[in-house]
Design a protein around this ligand. Structure first.
Ligand code: CA
Length: 268
């Protein structure tokens, strides 16, 4: 089944495309429970040079009542990201005019923390690790099924189920799980949605060893994969640790060699 191409009327310039209005009123459209938590549709930028993929992804996300902008080149993507705020970016790696990785690096260098899902035709682990090191929050290897892309987008946009706010603490580190804001020594730590998820998990398991398998199952929600996520998780933990334990503060996130990680005041 192919998605209708709603963009054909303005196919001349991808950059000229504007956010679409939700296809249906949100109240009557069958949205996932997660999607109904925010009254506003997520604003998503889809960067992909292959027209068919770009348009079918954009159309699929619009059917979720999300606001979607598209870019076909590295230049267009950079322009969009400098000009507008997004809730999520789906970013292809190999683009006319540059590498998606460079776009990502430059965007992160400006302090933009928007979650990024990298698309890559490459399946070599090195490339995925490279993407995560450059600041991507997740990756998806091509070819992919739209439902998988959607699931990953939803995971990156995930907001906590509304309930009583909980502040988790360890020393001078605290995380408000409802506002999803982490603070250390009075200063807010800028975290991506995935990093908040990982930090919450570590804080809830405070003092205990958290294995990569636990993170893979409970945070990445992966029950079966062709390849292990170990390296991906290690890179994410490295980035989280840099943010949480940087600047000469007391180390709270510890590597437990051969097993995983532990958050606590003293190394095991
Ligand atoms: Ca490409």
């Amino acid at each position: 089944m192919t998605h209708a191409t709603a963009e054909t009327s303005c196919a001349g310039s991808a950059i000229a495309r504007i956010f679409s209005e939700p296809v249906f009123p949100r109240q009557i459209f069958p949205l996932s429970p997660l999607a109904t938590l925010s009254p506003f549709p997520p604003r998503v930028l889809v960067v992909e040079d292959e027209q068919k993929t770009r348009e079918s992804v954009a159309e699929g996300l619009r059917l979720e009542a999300w606001s979607v902008a598209t870019a076909a080149t590295a230049g267009e993507a950079a322009e969009y990201l400098e000009r507008e705020g997004f809730d999520l970016v789906v970013l292809d790696r190999m683009l006319p005019g540059g590498d998606g990785l460079d776009v990502l690096q430059r965007t992160r260098a400006r302090g933009v923390e928007t979650p990024v899902l990298m698309l890559t035709a490459r399946t070599a682990l090195d490339d995925r690790v490279l993407g995560l090191e450059a600041g991507a929050d997740d990756y998806l290897a091509k070819p992919f099924a739209f439902v998988e892309l959607l699931a990953r987008c939803r995971a990156l946009l995930r907001r906590p189920v509304l309930g009583t706010g909980t502040v988790l603490r360890c020393g001078d580190l605290q995380l408000d799980t409802r506002a999803r804001v982490a603070v250390r020594a009075g200063g807010e730590i800028p975290l991506t949605p995935r990093e908040v998820d990982v930090l919450e998990y570590l804080l809830r398991a405070q003092g205990q060893i958290v294995t990569r398998e636990m993170l893979e199952r409970d945070v990445w929600k992966q029950t079966h994969r062709f390849t292990s996520l170990d390296n991906v998780i290690d890179v994410q933990l490295m980035r989280l640790r840099k943010k949480v334990d940087g600047d000469g503060t007391e180390k709270l996130i510890h590597t437990v060699r051969g097993l995983g990680y532990r958050l606590g005041k003293e190394p095991a």
